[in-house]
Design a protein around this ligand. Structure first.
Ligand SMILES: Cc1cc2nc3c(=O)[nH]c(=O)nc-3n(C[C@H](O)[C@H](O)[C@H](O)COP(=O)(O)OP(=O)(O)OC[C@H]3O[C@@H](n4cnc5c(N)ncnc54)[C@H](O)[C@@H]3O)c2cc1C
Ligand code: FES
Ligand code: FES
Length: 1298
């Protein structure tokens, strides 16, 4: 699309996993001849496959220049965009849905958006915009009335995203149908089409006969259908197929035929079509015949995303034989057969364990193709079930899945036939054939269950070093799934056996055990957002305090917002790719570039020697010189005419290393080797040792994993040198332009000037500046050509560090009544191989560790560990989300020991009156207490706590948990120089106003807020005001837009500039009070009054004396509280989020829509940190989790089923603009309420099973952790049944966690 200048479609992962590149494809179905519209992820769509198809990109849907489509308008007006990088993909998923279903159900909407990731919004507003198209949706659904709160006449609160705010949707508009390409209306062509590429030839035959001929001629050539298996393999494993055969136009592969005993589905049908075919068959046939179909349907709902299901074919899925395949285990147990065809004729083979294992005797011959798949009906006395557990419910590959089938002798519970297959537990789908054979003739009872579990564990052996790790968890799932199957079948048997009077009586399954049967259904989230309406006397034109739409919302929705990589190619532009270390700690012995330099198009290789300035510092080299310190460290860069050439050259570079020692990866190893990056930071108050002497104590450890920023827009930069003036124009998406400018200074020739322009920026969630500064440096010192660098997701994740993992040890002293008398916390964070921001993060961590609690005797210590991993850096919350999890875990542990609910301990130890923090800064906790109380009220906490207890009494295999967490979050930097800002405001003679300020728009809405401020100050409507993108040429020496103070300080600077201008205009206004703004400006110009002003804000004086442990480091605190309730499945470790209520103290919000967006987005991001986002490294220090398939950020189906956010009615803070508060980061920690609700549920399970209720806390609380913590007879079996011995050649374990 780039060459066509259609930049709306975004590229963020290249693996089909994020949905940013979604477009709609319209194609004629080869069988029905009808035109099908479906969404696809273009990063996996080969261009040749689009011959004869129409592609609709976001530009074809609507535009600001012509007309907006209601989908675009509504997503913007519902505040569903922040950075906007995901928005075109979201629009296209919704648009395609509406194209097929003009009034979709909410479930269809959820399904359509399941494959689109958003890292900013928390999804709620996106879903809200989509719901306005749904049949059943009606307003904000407040209080379960099905109506919008505004219609209920409640004027103390307002709600976002009302249906009445948006234009009506009529699908009949001509815009809907303007794309029907000529080729689609013609008769389908029968001739073979051939496309020759540089290295690959694409052949698309028009007839089945031609296809078979071609396959005979090119037996090695793969058939390419969805390309969702071949494509990723070609990318990641570098497989190259010189010839590809595309059977997309062969109608024979799409034939579906129904017979009395089964269903035959063409191998070319997409998985989405298979889902529809099965659903139809299920509705037509009696239940007993559709067991296999229903099991397949269950997995087809959660397999990948809608886009992938639209692309992937049944044949491709089966033939790929992925070990994680969700369908093959069910097809295998369901006795499916494969209909194969070649020029020689046809034959049938079973989809058996041998086929799945790839045995030649049971496989396709090279010249054969899979024509169709036959799936027989199930029969009476036969039961088929499917099981699956993944890191999250939707859009995630399964950890383990299974297909199970049992056939009983008629009228009995005697097993006549049994098949069990598992996915995810070996290199291929594994059949437990031996165990099944040994169980034939057995009765379906507890004895059989016990024996089956032992046999299964023995047969489905999974060694400790098995790829993918999680070995004990997977083994536990092997038996847990069978237990679920056992119960399900028992239930069904009871129904069937009843009419047989002489049959055995079955023991009743206790109601408490029935909870094992049901999976969590996908539920469409609902919720209410409350904020205070502006004063009724506030002039209508004054936008402050109103939910004004994000300034770029519409541009995001139409794809017209220009991101860094959307800038058109410039003359003589070159591409850059980076060469990184493959060793964790090694000496570079030699580098051989010869082959790389011979690749056509390669222009240069830039090494440290080529840098005209300095190569970073001694401890933090920007380019490795003789030694590498981690895998992923940048050694040099290749510049070539195209991106492909640069990447090919990289593959040809040979580097030899000599390993050095010691290599340190984990925090515990660093402690052992005394390997630290900076001195310990410490704060202390009271007399901790003395206090411990008089009270009970708990000593525990807490592990908090790191977090990848996973900004949707990977790091990108375009540098354009202007040789005549020794200047550089740098276009970059960053949070800190001035810092980037300084980084570049290190590299460049003396006296070179650089101008930094920040393009619309995919949100960075704080920076990666050392690294990105470095990248930009390469570009500037390069070849004199403009250079563009766009990091792939894999490289971005490999090279850049993220949030620091933390290991905390605490000792807490407490009284029986829960009063904490002394607390000693020692934290270690994994800083990686260089200092970066680790010292700053350690300081913030220690300063924020006390959270909301007043404890008289305290000692907090923190250190950053030096390890051989990529350097970790700051991330939203700066250490607070990790550190405070230790504090809150300690509270939970005290509660367990005292036999009191955790909320009682929290209340007992919370700050109550005006007081001083551990670093002696005075503050008033009134708003904290108000948030806490309102949250308890709004969530009906005490009632629900009782209901949770009731539920838990009644259910053994499902448990609920509830937790409420308070928060005191300090805003700002602990350094005075960071509390300043400047702005530049120009008024033009036509009355329009241009505002420039030093803050960066990252999606957080700062530009919108700044114009709201300017509008109020100048008393003109926002339509007169325009923003100029942040540039160091306009506002120099900018401060990083971070620490939640961006709007505070820049708002004051804009206010100052506007007030200066207004003062200058005062005499003119006085003279002509009835005049218009335009008249006053004209008069001012005539009178030679300057219409341009620089505003400046000299902010808060922050200081911290670490020697004395005292200071005033923060201008103010944001208070909040969140209550979450979850339900866990003790057998699989899965959880669902039932409800979350957040109350946040925003004081007088500048823009409640933006602020609520920040809270929701941060909360969901925090939830990801604490529940799903897990970084895994190989024992050699190579990051495994390098894309959306291995690293799971929350998806739309992870949003709590009920999600309510309220802003506390106003309190005042004199330091900030109009008494508003910065809410960019604080919501992150509130995600921990989900974590503590999960641990609450786990504790309930453990209590019932008589296992210690307190346990070592580990974040994230992944399904693996939950399952293993809910120990039971199945986990016990796994521990008893030994693993195969490890051969000495295998390092163990498969993965290390930092
Ligand atoms: C982001 C993403 C998420 C995914 N999530 C899941 C998941 O959760 N669960 C799951 O089970 N799978 C998942 N998958 C895998 C997906 O199901 C398979 O990649 C897909 O079904 C393969 O079908 P395809 O048409 O794209 O195959 P292609 O990539 O086009 O082809 C794959 C192979 O099949 C061969 N082939 C195809 N058709 C025929 C035929 N008719 N005769 C002979 N050979 C043939 C080809 O030669 C080729 O070798 C995911 C994939 C992606 C990209
Ligand atoms: S799905 Fe295509 S870029 Fe992510
Ligand atoms: S708005 Fe969705 S990723 Fe930023």
């Amino acid at each position: 699309f780039l060459t066509m200048r259609l930049t709306g479609t975004k590229y963020a992962c290249g693996r089909g996993g994020c949905g940013a590149c979604t477009v709609m494809v319209s194609k004629r179905d080869p069988t029905s001849q009808e035109i099908r519209h479906f969404s696809v992820t273009t990063c996996l769509v080969p261009i040749c496959s689009l011959y004869g198809a129409a592609v609709t990109t976001v530009e074809g849907v609507g535009s600001m220049k012509t007309r907006l489509h209601p989908v675009q308008e509504r997503i913007a007006k519902s505040h569903g965009t922040q950075c906007g990088f995901c928005t075109p993909g979201m629009v296209m998923s919704m648009y395609t849905l509406l194209r097929n279903h003009p009034q979709p159900s909410e479930e269809q909407l959820l399904e359509a958006l399941g494959g689109n990731l958003c890292r900013c919004t928390g999804y709620r507003p996106i879903l809200a915009s989509g719901k306005t198209f749904c049949l059943e949706s009606n307003g904000c659904q407040q209080k379960g009335t099905g109506k919008c709160c505004l219609d209920l006449g409640e004027n103390d609160s307002s709600s976002l995203g009302r249906k009445s705010d948006v234009s009506p949707f009529a699908l009949s508009s001509p815009q809907e149908y303007h794309l029907t390409p000529t080729r689609m209306t013609e008769n389908p062509e029968k001739r073979t089409l051939t496309f020759h590429g540089e290295r690959v030839t694409w052949i698309s035959p028009g007839t089945f006969k031609d296809l078979l001929e071609l396959k005979a001629k090119h037996p090695e050539a793969p058939l390419i259908l969805g390309n969702t298996s071949l494509g990723p393999a070609m990318r990641s494993k570098g497989c190259l197929h010189p010839i590809l055969l595309s059977p997309a136009r062969i109608s024979e592969l799409n034939v579906v035929s129904k017979t009395n005993d089964g269903l035959t589905i063409g191998a070319g049908c997409s998985l989405a079509q298979v889902k529809d075919i099965l659903a139809e068959r299920v509705s037509e046939l009696p239940e007993e015949k559709t067991q296999t179909y229903r099991a397949l349907l269950k997995h087809l709902k959660s397999l990948a995303s809608q886009q992938i299901r639209n692309m992937a074919s049944l044949g491709g899925h089966i033939i790929s034989r992925h070990s994680y395949s969700d369908l093959n285990p069910i097809l295998a147990v369901g006795n499916a057969t494969l209909n194969l065809t070649s020029e020689e004729g046809t034959r049938r083979i079973p989809l058996s364990e041998h086929f799945l294992a790839g045995l030649a005797s049971a496989d396709l011959k090279p010249e054969e193709i899979l024509e169709s798949v036959y799936i027989p009906h199930s029969q009476k006395w036969e039961f088929v079930s499917a099981f699956r557990q993944a890191q999250c419910q939707q859009n995630a590959l399964p950890d383990v899945n299974a297909g199970m089938r049992v056939l009983f002798k008629e009228g009995t519970d005697i097993i006549e036939d049994l098949s069990i297959t598992y996915g995810g537990v070996g290199a291929a789908t594994v059949s437990a054939h031996k165990s099944c054979q040994q169980l034939l003739g057995r009765q379906w009872d507890e004895l059989m269950l016990d024996e089956a579990c032992r046999r299964l564990l023995d047969e489905v052996s999974l060694p400790g070093w098995a790829p993918g790790g999680r070995v004990e968890f997977k083994r536990t799932l092997v038996v847990s799934f069978f237990f679920k199957f056992y119960l399900q079948v028992l239930q069904e048997l009871k129904k069937l056996i009843k009419p047989f009077p002489n049959s055995r009586r079955y023991p009743e399954i206790s109601d408490r055990f029935l909870s094992a049967l049901e999976d969590f259904p996908g539920t469409v989230p609902q919720g209410v957002q409350r904020y205070q309406s502006v004063d009724s006397h506030q002039p209508l034109q004054d936008p402050v305090g109103r939910p004004v739409m994000h300034l770029s919302g519409l541009k995001h929705a139409t794809g017209e917002a220009e991101f860094c990589d959307d800038i058109p190619m410039v003359d003589k532009e070159l591409c850059m790719a980076l060469v990184t270390s493959t060793r964790a700690y090694a000496k570079i012995i030699s580098i051989d570039l010869s082959e790389a330099l011979e690749i056509p198009g390669v222009v240069d290789v830039i090494t440290a020697k080529d840098i005209p300035g300095t190569n970073g510092t001694e401890d933090d080299k920007l380019l490795a010189v003789d030694e590498v310190l981690c895998v992923g460290q940048i050694i040099f860069a290749v510049v070539a005419e195209t991106d492909v050439q640069a990447k090919r050259a990289i593959e040809k570079i040979k580097i030899t290393y000599e390993e050095l020692e010691p290599i340190i990866f984990t925090i515990k190893d660093a402690i052992k080797h005394n390997s630290f990056l900076c001195p310990e930071k410490k704060l202390e108050q009271g007399n901790i040792e003395e206090a411990f002497e008089k009270v009970d104590q708990i000593v525990e450890e807490v592990h908090v994993g790191g977090q990848e920023h996973f900004y949707m827009e990977t790091q990108r930069v375009l540098v354009i040198p202007k040789t005549e003036d020794k200047e550089l124009d740098i276009y970059v998406s960053t949070q800190d332009p001035a810092h980037v400018q300084v980084s570049v200074l290190h590299f460049k020739h003396p006296h070179q000037q650089d101008h930094l322009s920040c393009k619309a920026s995919g949100w960075r969630f704080w920076r990666e500046d050392r690294k990105t500064g470095c990248l930009r440096g390469y570009c500037s010192c390069g070849t004199g050509h403009p250079i563009r660098l766009v990091l792939d997701r894999e490289d971005d994740m490999l090279i850049t560090g993220g949030r620091h993992p933390l290991f905390g040890k605490y000792k807490v002293g407490f009284m029986n009544n829960g009063r904490i008398k002394a607390l000693d916390i020692e934290c270690f964070i994994n800083g990686g191989c260089t200092l970066d921001d680790s010292e700053l993060v350690t300081e913030f961590l220690i300063l924020k560790l006390e959270n909301a609690y007043k404890i008289r005797n305290l000692r907090f210590r923190g250190r950053a560990c030096l390890t051989n991993l990529p350097s970790n850096t700051a991330f939203r919350g700066f250490g607070f989300p990790q550190g405070t999890l230790v504090t809150e875990s300690c509270i939970t542990a005290v509660a367990a020991k005292c036999g009191l609910p955790p909320e009682k301990i929290r209340e007992k130890n919370m700050y109550r009156t005006v007081d001083k923090t551990i670093y002696k800064q005075a503050f008033n906790p009134e708003s904290l207490i108000r948030c806490w109380n309102e949250c308890l009220d709004a969530s009906s906490f005490h009632n629900r706590r009782k209901q949770v207890e009731e539920f838990n009494k009644k259910n053994y295999w499902k448990k609920r948990g509830i937790a409420v967490i308070p928060m005191k979050f300090s805003v700002g930097f602990a350094a005075t120089s960071y509390h300043q800002a400047a702005a530049l405001v120009h008024i033009y003679t036509d009355g329009s106003v241009l505002v420039t300020h030093g803050g960066n728009e990252l999606g957080q809405g700062i530009h919108t807020k700044m114009l709201q401020v300017a509008s109020r100050e100048l008393k003109i409507p926002m339509s007169h005001l325009h923003i100029c993108e942040t540039s160091t040429a306009m506002v120099p020496n900018t401060i990083a837009t971070a620490a939640s103070v961006g709007a505070d300080i820049n708002g004051k600077a804009v206010q100052n500039a506007c007030q200066i201008l207004l003062k200058r205009l005062e005499p003119i206004i006085k003279k002509n009070p009835e005049g218009t703004w335009e008249e006053w400006i004209e008069a001012a110009f005539e009178q030679r009054i300057s219409l341009s002003a620089t505003g400046y804000f000299r902010g808060y004086k922050a200081f911290m004396d670490w020697e004395k442990g005292e200071g005033d480091p923060f201008p103010y605190y944001v208070y909040g509280a969140a209550c979450s309730e979850v339900e866990i499945d003790c057998l699989t470790g899965a959880h669902k989020k039932i409800r979350t209520d957040i109350v946040m103290d925003a004081c007088c919000s500048l823009n409640p829509a933006i602020d609520i967006g920040q809270i929701e987005g941060a909360f969901i991001q925090g939830m990801g940190l604490y529940t799903t986002e897990e970084l895994k490294y190989s024992p050699e220090g190579v990051l495994y989790s390098r894309g959306p398939d291995e690293y799971k950020i929350p998806t739309i189906s992870d949003v709590p089923e009920e999600f309510n956010v309220s802003l506390l009615p106003s309190s005042q803070t004199p330091l900030t603009i109009y008494s508003s508060k910065g809410l960019g980061e604080s919501g992150m920690f509130l995600g921990s309420s989900v974590f503590f609700a999960i641990t609450d549920a786990v504790a309930a399970a453990r209590k019932e099973r008589d296992i210690a209720e307190d346990f070592t806390v580990k974040s994230p609380a992944t399904p693996e952790w939950v399952r293993m913590a809910c120990a039971d007879r199945f986990t016990e079996m796994v521990y008893i049944c030994p693993l195969p011995l490890e051969p000495p050649s295998h390092p163990t374990p498969w993965a290390i966690f930092k």
